[in-house]
Design a protein around this ligand. Structure first.
Ligand SMILES: Nc1ncnc2c1ncn2[C@@H]1O[C@H](COP(=O)(O)OP(=O)(O)O)[C@@H](O)[C@H]1O
Ligand SMILES: [Mg+2]
Length: 394
């Protein structure tokens, strides 16, 4: 099996990670006639219930990884904190998408921010911080409030601390655990948006409509599409996301989170890149011809990308913790589609499910990149540079 072979119906997709994203990918794969094998260390993984096969093992267990690779035609993952050594080990045995390069860039906030800056993409002011002393220097330069973020392993606002007022650098540094970090200027944004973009193995790119996101305590609470931003800004956001996908040699679906800033909210700063299907793209399951999950499976298996056209406007609400207990109320709403992840324990803040409420498409708000009816949004053909970078990543 080479990286170029098309994996058709009957093929098997290996997924690292057994959370809700792996679960929704597995369902999408099944709809295309593909089956999935999921590897995850947690025996209670919600994705296991919908997969053809499972491997309960640690990501460093080479015997289990080798057996897992044997069972599948292509390998992907649902989260970006897969150890590089795991991806390397698997890539010797089966094609792994996204490849190692986009993974290694997006695993580390400092490398990610530097890559963006190098390519002329605007981000919040930032500085590397490896000690309390460096934090003091960085605070003097960037000012307060600022956010100290661990370079690695952060998600849903974890591994972050806002530094305001008079808190001293040594305390802030200790509270984050003294791990390699970056300090970012606190952005007084108008709103947050994200772009879900897919890039296939040939460099074709397709994007979904720009989504407006509201976070609570660092966790996504609600996504609305279309985002209430000017059409030219939406186009710019889409082009930036497509550029990033090409530059990092991504294959599959990825998300780019951005802040809308400046006078009248007419400028963008990129916040972070997730090299995978993303919570802010869940609305695509119910409001688009082809969901982000199907799109990801298509991209990694060598199928043509699906249409990103939207047939309804949508608001997606995450059901965090005990909010899932309201499922009957949502289920009774004829405009709502309910998705429950099958997790046993509704711990506070845990993502237990989501609900997408559909409303008729407002014709005036046609998203950038869905020009033709049910046609694929073709955004960017790659530059030779991006292609050669993608080659190197294999
Ligand atoms: N520099 C910043 N200025 C203002 N708010 C921020 C900044 N960085 C992060 N946030 C807020 O915290 C949320 C989570 O931070 P993010 O960097 O996206 O980390 P993660 O999603 O990996 O936890 C963002 O969506 C945003 O609401
Ligand atoms: Mg984020």
């Amino acid at each position: 099996m080479t990286d170029r072979e098309v994996i058709g119906p009957g093929g098997r997709v290996g997924i690292l990670g057994g959370g809700q994203l792996g679960r929704m990918m597995a369902v999408a794969a099944a709809e295309l006639g593909l089956s999935t094998v999921i590897l995850c260390p947690d025996p209670a993984s919600p994705a296991f219930a919908v997969a053809a096969d499972k491997v309960v093992a640690d990501y460093a267990d080479e015997t289990a990884l080798a057996a897992f690779a044997e069972q599948v035609d292509v390998i992907t993952y649902e989260f970006e904190n897969i150890p590089a050594a795991t991806v390397e080990f698997l890539a010797e045995r089966r094609p792994v998408f996204p490849p190692a390069k986009p993974l290694s860039i997006t695993q580390d906030r400092l490398i990610e921010k530097r890559m963006l800056t190098t390519h002329g993409i605007a981000v919040a002011p930032f500085a590397p911080v490896d000690s309390a002393e460096q934090l003091g220097d960085a605070l003097a330069r960037i000012g307060r409030p600022a956010i100290l973020k661990a370079r690695r392993f952060g998600y849903d606002g974890k591994g972050q601390a806002v530094i305001r007022g008079s808190i001293d650098p040594a305390t802030a540094w200790q509270e984050l655990g003294g791990v390699p970090a970056i300090l970012e200027g606190y952005v007084a944004f108008h709103t947050e948006v994200s772009v879900i973009v897919a890039r296939d193995r040939d460099g074709e790119v397709a994007a979904y409509a720009v989504t407006e996101n509201r976070h609570e305590n660092g966790v996504l609470a609600e996504s609305t599409v279309p985002a209430a931003i000017p059409a030219d800004l939406a186009e710019e956001a889409t082009a930036v996301a497509a550029d990033i996908a090409a530059v990092i040699g991504h294959v599959g679906v990825m998300a780019v989170e951005m802040f809308v800033v400046g006078e009248g909210g007419r400028a963008l700063l990129v916040n972070e890149i997730a090299p995978r299907v993303h919570n802010s793209g869940h609305w695509t399951m119910d409001a688009c011809v082809c969901s982000q999950f199907e799109q990801h499976i298509r991209a990694i298996c060598g199928w043509p990308l699906g249409s990103t056209a939207r047939h309804a406007d949508a608001t997606m609400v995450n059901l965090l913790g005990t909010a899932v207990e309201d499922w009957q109320r949502y289920a009774a709403d004829p405009a709502a589609r309910v998705h429950i992840y099958g997790k046993a324990e509704a711990r506070p803040g845990r993502k237990m499910g989501h609900v997408t409420r559909l409303t008729p498409l407002q014709a005036a708000a046609r998203p950038a990149g869905s020009a033709d009816e049910y046609g694929q949004a073709e955004l960017a053909s790659d530059t030779a540079q991006a292609e050669s970078e993608a080659e190197q990543a294999h």
